[in-house]
Write a new protein. Structure first.
Length: 337
């Protein structure tokens, strides 16, 4: 299989607004043209599901076309192999080489650079949006990260449900505190690693786009500071009365945030619109390089109507940096690619 291009075609059945849809892909760049609301993003979403195992937008029940009882995705790779995804209204299955599984096998997952219009507003977005953005990157780079985050979130949900009960005791929370501490410390370490990797390239990559001497960096602000597992446990315990009163867990890595710094000032207030767009482009280019370096595969690039948000120079920069990747993009108007 060519390590640059992996998608030959995609067929959708009952996927969001599409009753039936077939996309035949080109080796380098495939353009999906159409008005807003016609389901262009849904095609990218289906590709993401086939390559990564789950949607970046919603649970499977929300993806299923209204009044239908199943959806199906068939992605054909350039080596002739197929990835078939079927959701029957209750469970999702993957069929690859005549083997059926309920999860996409790790060896079958393929790296994806996903570029959505809202990513261009990442710098001023909420802490939740920024955590989700970097969590998505880390889950591709490190399978263990995705597993740890999933276990952390499940434990957090269980703990929060207990906290809503008036009769809850500290002893009932103990086992959940252990899990939150264990996975919280792991997640924090991997988030710090990613930020260090990004910062090693961020200023140089940004300057190659913006053609100036600005200095940029990403700061990771962990709500848990440098606490060890035992200290994490202790701090969770200290918050018991407050948690019980509010009905949710107030301490933990689910409160973490990321800040972009532009010439030693918060980028949100000091960088211009053009500068923030250059910063996000730099972030995307670094993400692609990291995925290639660690996974040994050139990621498929999915661009959802982002060209309309960029001026001609940044459009050219985007095309240049992803010229060795398979790119599938959507647009309302024709674009020069």
């Amino acid at each position: 299989m060519n390590d640059n291009y992996i998608i030959q075609s995609v067929r959708l059945d009952n996927f969001r607004c599409h009753k039936k849809y077939i996309l035949n892909c080109k080796n380098e760049t495939t353009l999906i043209l159409g008005e807003n609301g016609c389901g262009k993003t849904s095609v990218l979403e289906a590709i993401y599901v086939a390559l990564r195992g789950k949607s970046f937008r919603a649970p499977d029940r929300e993806i299923l076309k209204r009044e239908e009882d199943y959806y199906r995705i068939e992605l054909v790779r350039d080596d002739g192999e197929k990835i078939i995804v079927v959701f029957d209204g209750g469970k999702k299955t993957f069929l690859i080489k005549d083997k059926k599984t309920t999860r996409l096998p790790r060896k079958e997952k393929y790296p994806v650079i996903l570029f959505l219009p809202e990513d261009l507003h990442l710098i001023a977005s909420s802490p939740t949006s920024k955590r989700e953005y970097f969590d998505r990157i880390l889950a591709q780079i490190n399978e263990r990260y995705g597993n740890s985050l999933s276990k952390y979130n499940k434990a957090l949900k269980q703990r929060n449900e207990l906290l809503k009960q008036d009769s809850v005791t500290e002893e009932e929370l103990f086992s959940w505190n252990i899990l939150l501490s264990k996975y919280g410390v792991e997640i924090r370490a991997m988030r710090r690693w990613l930020v260090n990797e990004i910062n090693g390239e961020l200023t140089e990559t940004y300057r190659s786009i913006a053609d100036n001497e600005d200095i940029v960096r990403l700061e990771y602000k962990s709500y848990t500071a440098n606490s060890s597992e035992s200290e994490y446990m202790r701090l969770l315990g200290l918050d018991f009365e407050r948690d019980k009163m509010t009905g949710h867990t107030n301490f933990g890595i689910h409160k973490d945030n990321y800040d972009f710094i532009f010439n030693n000032s918060p980028a949100e207030t000091s960088a211009s619109r053009g500068e923030t767009r250059s910063l996000i482009l730099a972030l995307k280019f670094i993400e692609a390089r990291e995925l290639k370096k660690i996974l040994g595969k050139k990621p498929v690039v999915l661009l959802d109507d982002v060209f309309s948000e960029l001026d001609s120079n940044r459009q050219k920069c985007l095309v240049k940096n992803f010229k060795e990747n398979q790119v599938i993009l959507t647009s309302v108007d024709g674009v020069s690619i």
